[in-house]
Design a protein around this ligand. Sequence first.
Ligand code: GBH
Length: 479
Amino acid sequence: KTVEKGFYYGTFPEGFKFGTATSAYQIEGAWNEDGKTENIWDRLVHQNSAVIADGSNGDIAADSYHKYKDDVKILKELGVEFYRFSLSWTRVLPKGDVSVISTEGIQYYNDLIDELLANGIMPMVTIYHWDLPQSLQDLGGWTNEIMAEYFEDFARVAFSNFGDRVKWWITLNEPWVQSVLGYDFGWDAPRLNLHGVGGYLSGHTMLKAHALAFHLYDKEFRPSQKGKIGITLESFWMEPKTSDPKDLEAAERALQFELGWFAHPIFSKNGDYPPLMKQIIGENSKKEGLKRSRLPSLSSKWIELLKGSSDFFGLNHYTSYLVEADENGQDPSWRRDTRCKTSVNPLWPETGSPWLKVVPWGFRKLLNWIKKEYNNPDVIVTENGVSDKGGLADKQRVAYITEYMNEMLKAIKLDGCNISAYTCWSLLDNFEWLGGYTQKFGIYSVDFDDPERRRTAKESAKAYSTIIKNNGFLKCQDI
Ligand code: GBH
């Protein structure tokens, strides 16, 4: 049954779970307290504050390092079943490696986890959300393959200290963003414009890092701890700008170069990088007179280790692009390799972030693409949300959440997509990376002028809470 328009509204399947999310650098603050050392975001904001929209940083942020009990209180008030947060690597391992394990760092996450469990909220822990230790960046960061092993070591510390209580692990958040924005565009930390090469090296290492952590958990921890472990990938929906076959192909390329890059090795039947990426980057590299492809090749050993190495498909989704075939970007670069130009429909409603337009139907299309491409995996939506400029009467966020969740509901009920949980980004207004505090994603506001960093529910928090209570929407218009 295909449904082109109209509302669905109704309830989610039994057992469907609702949560909300944050990440360490964006909320914790206490950037140099109790032995925590500098990570790549600390370095960027302190050395180059001009690149942050309001010149701000995460030194204090929402101060969740000290206010985690306030966070759990509002989580409880919301009625979520789980809370997704991330570990700050240098808070746990101040040297980046395992030569020193910070007692205070371990204590902080123990306290947070215990407080969550005491309130009936399941922790979902992201091991890495972009805050690499600066000491490891000095060794080349993710472009250095040894990082895969440093990450595995860090994951081991996490499993052995928290795995008795944490049953939901996410290895990496959005390796595409870390690799391309961090090592190809040179926007996000570590801000290296190694266009055409650095992003692919970084992605290669991140895939290996993920595989090592997955198998470590699978072999040594899962038998006793009995949890689940997966990866979180992000993707825009890529809508062909016209029906010209060139644009249809371009939209497919855009998806393969963003989501497929990381999803194909893990979730496809054959594994390895998407054939399209291997072919295009290989050909381009040859034309450039290079001896080998700028996209490193995965050996059969790694192809096997990666295949099936995720218990669920963690998906972050916010918005959509229109895609057309065109030469674009620095030569060589990830963007150039894609031969795509992206734009938006001027009719798509704007939000607090220039890149984020409201396109609910794109969510359903993306979920269906994943179903088809990867044989209907168990999808956990690990982030979805919208920004504005602030204020408690956040009507646009209420509408956004409702409409996106409704499209997800259609994907489940009408299209047969396997989706088992939804996570709203974010619990709190927080440090929005290059956007500083100018783009607010929270369903709770934080008063950043108040030393106490008081949290206040926005209308969207109440709306989300009602959706959770009703397991969806009471108003049901079946079509
Ligand atoms: C998520 O990424 C992150 O996981 C989360 O930490 C973040 O707070 C949230 O989004 C909201 O942004 O440089 O202006 O062209 C979502 C995917 C990819 C969206 C990079 C923003 C850069 C936009 N992000 N993209 S821009």
